[in-house]
Design a protein around this ligand. Structure first.
Ligand code: 5GP
Ligand code: MN
Length: 338
């Protein structure tokens, strides 16, 4: 439940705003693009223009949430993004908990005098925001955005979401829960059900997200499962390492490895799984767990990251050939210290 004062403050912030910027996170996923597009739709319906900015490209399967290609990708359009940040009098961060998580553009944003709002479901929200709407119990930021709007509409005569915005929020709820498998609570289904009743085409979203894979991605997935994944039963741990050579071999595109990390967790007896992806000068870390195993603690202690108890990420700087052993070592240490 969001306190009434927060909804009132949110309403007064958006009502007084002339130039709004909505920020999404690095490696935008369905919850990121969904919450950006849902909030964008709501603001637009109420006559409030907003610019959506993400640090880097989002995967192609989410393009249906940005049909006019109006989301600004900082890496591609730095000038445009920076000038939007300069002019903004209101900034809303969605689905991440600190400006430090959005790299260069975050530095510019945090220096701005604009009013800053956080709407997020990650642990440990940064304390510097003027308004923080943070709830780690919700399935996704999209669920939280829906609740904010729902509560706001009980208090004020604002225009509701349109179908495009509702479709965006449904998409984020669906993807962040791994198709309604993880982190769902009764309210998640209540909201998903309302969104369907309002006309969201569940089958179409399913098709966009899980039915539009390239042949290369399917073959990469097969390769990762068959030849690359390692399982250590004594540690109840599995790992996949996607190095540059493998990316090249399978014509890797942003988003192609989406969901891979969950596959390792489907093995009986495994309660922690990792995917490491070699980037230009670092390794991207993706961690998932079941039950009491906290990958948030693991990510904080060993992988320069964080996230949620059962889904976290981070970055490490080491040769790709060493990462699997480093990870198994980290799991070993974690199991001995809890
Ligand atoms: P994913 O594995 O899907 O990339 O990330 C899983 C979760 O971990 C997401 O909720 C994401 O926000 C969080 N996460 C990913 N990378 C980082 C990171 O570098 N630092 C922190 N603090 N969280 C991260
Ligand atoms: Mn999320």
């Amino acid at each position: 439940m969001i306190e009434r004062e927060k909804i009132e403050k949110f309403y007064s912030c958006i009502s007084g705003a002339k130039k709004v910027v909505l920020f999404g996170h690095v490696n935008p996923d369905g919850d990121s693009i969904g919450s950006l597009s849902g909030m964008y739709d709501f603001l637009a319906n109420n006559g409030i223009e907003a610019e959506r900015i993400v640090p880097g490209a989002y995967p192609g399967f989410l393009a249906f949430l940005d049909p006019e290609k109006k989301i600004t990708v900082y890496n591609d359009e730095k000038e445009k993004a920076l000038s939007a940040v300069k002019e903004a009098d209101l900034m809303v961060c969605l689905d991440f908990n600190s400006f430090s998580r959005i790299d260069e553009i975050g530095e510019a944003a945090s220096r701005s005098a604009a009013v800053k709002i956080l709407i997020d479901h990650h642990l440990f929200p940064d304390k510097s925001f003027d308004l923080t709407i943070s709830d780690t119990e919700v399935s996704s930021t999209c669920e939280l955005v829906y609740i904010v709007i729902e509560e706001l509409l009980k208090l004020y005569p604002a225009a509701p979401l349109s179908l495009a915005g509702e479709t965006a929020l449904y998409t984020g709820i669906m993807t962040d829960t791994n198709n309604f498998a993880n982190s769902v609570r009764p309210d998640t289904f209540r909201i998903a059900s309302l969104l369907m009743e309002h006309g969201v085409d569940k089958t179409a979203v399913q098709q966009f997200v899980f039915g539009g894979f390239s042949e290369e991605r399917m073959r990469l997935m097969g390769y990762m499962l068959y030849e690359n994944m390692r399982v250590v039963p004594e540690l109840k741990a599995s790992v996949m390492v996607l190095d540059k050579a493998t990316k090249e071999r399978f014509g890797f595109k942003t988003g192609d490895s989406e969901g891979f990390v969950n596959l390792g967790l489907n093995i009986a007896g495994v309660d922690v799984a990792a995917l490491f992806t070699e980037d230009d000068n670092f390794l991207r870390v993706s961690l998932r767990s079941k039950g009491d195993f906290s990958v948030n603690s693991l990510a904080k202690e060993f992988f320069n990251g964080g996230g949620h108890k059962n889904a976290s990420g981070g970055r490490v700087y080491m040769p790709v050939s060493e990462i699997a052993e480093y990870y198994f070592d980290a799991v070993r240490k974690y199991r001995h210290t809890i």
